[in-house]
Design a protein around this ligand. Sequence first.
Ligand code: PLP
Length: 364
Amino acid sequence: MSTVNAQTLIVEKTANPVSDSDREALLQNPVFGRVFTDHMVTIEYAPERGWHNGKVRPHDTLQLDPATLVLHYAQEIFEGMKAYRLPDGGATLFRPDANARRFHNSANRLAMEPLPEDVFIESVRALVRLDQKWIPATDGAALYLRPFMISTEAVLGMKPSAEYLYCVVACPVGSYFKGGSPAVTLWVSDQYTRAAPGGTGDAKCGGNYAASLAAQAEATREGCDQVVFLDAVERRWVEELGGMNVFFIFDDGSIQTPPLTGTILPGITRDSLIVLARDMGLTVREERYSIDQWQQDASSGRLREAFACGTAAVVTPIGKVTGRKYNFTIGDGGAGPVTGRLKAALLDIQNGRAEDRHGWLDRL
Ligand SMILES: *Cc1c(COP(=O)(O)O)cnc(C)c1O
């Protein structure tokens, strides 16, 4: 019944694109998430029409009735991905099929109408093709893409919406952390948790972020950069940060990351780094790691490095961990060598400087 398919997106070009000189100026030093490209994608869903009215059109405001369901019950999901500039001047996406699949899974968890995965991928490609002049060429920079879906039925009834809007916007981004990646300090939240068993921890939904903001505000007050969340049941196992997965690197060269048990977001960066680490001959374990063990191993020197990872900030070294009961430094508190090698291996593939052995690039 879906009337939109991968081939039927209608392109309506803006009559007022940002001028070449203004765009070049904006691309020099983009602030994360504040500058948007000329166009966006919108596709609508209604029960009797299926997915319809698919367009790539000028970036603009949305108009919503105040009763629109998403504004009240947060039925919303999103994705985060990037388009990269290649050395030959071309452009590529990185594993868009993985984002499409995760978006589908998130839709199911939030009782939303899943968007066909090929439509997701084609919508992102179409937007990047049209706005490809917006992909910065500077090292570490990229075009960040934000596909998302909201429930749009205007009714205050507590039920899954019958209607949805899927949208993709894009913004050029520099390195997430200015001046490379300095090590971050984490705050161990003992009061708040991010996700409970049976909850929405493995869905990429705005509600998870809303629930993590008080903990993030506490971390900021305590002089830390980010929160590290522990599991909600035993308050003991390290899960992830508000928006990044975590890895630990040991003195025997092995690497560990918490397993995907349903309360952790299955990061595509996480998955890619596991593959790349194994390619390098490193042993990777997906096993639980307790906060007490982390403190003990950091003190004894058994733990050499730790880092957080995600599409936006790529790979970020963790230098210190602080909390009401914790205070420890990892290694010398700076970026470690294995972290650096993994980050370089990933960026080299994404920027077309290394062979794409796993077929992760989707050249446009
Ligand atoms: C998006 C996200 C990540 C990272 O996922 P990537 O696919 O690597 O960008 C990790 N944790 C949370 C909670 C996230 O929302």
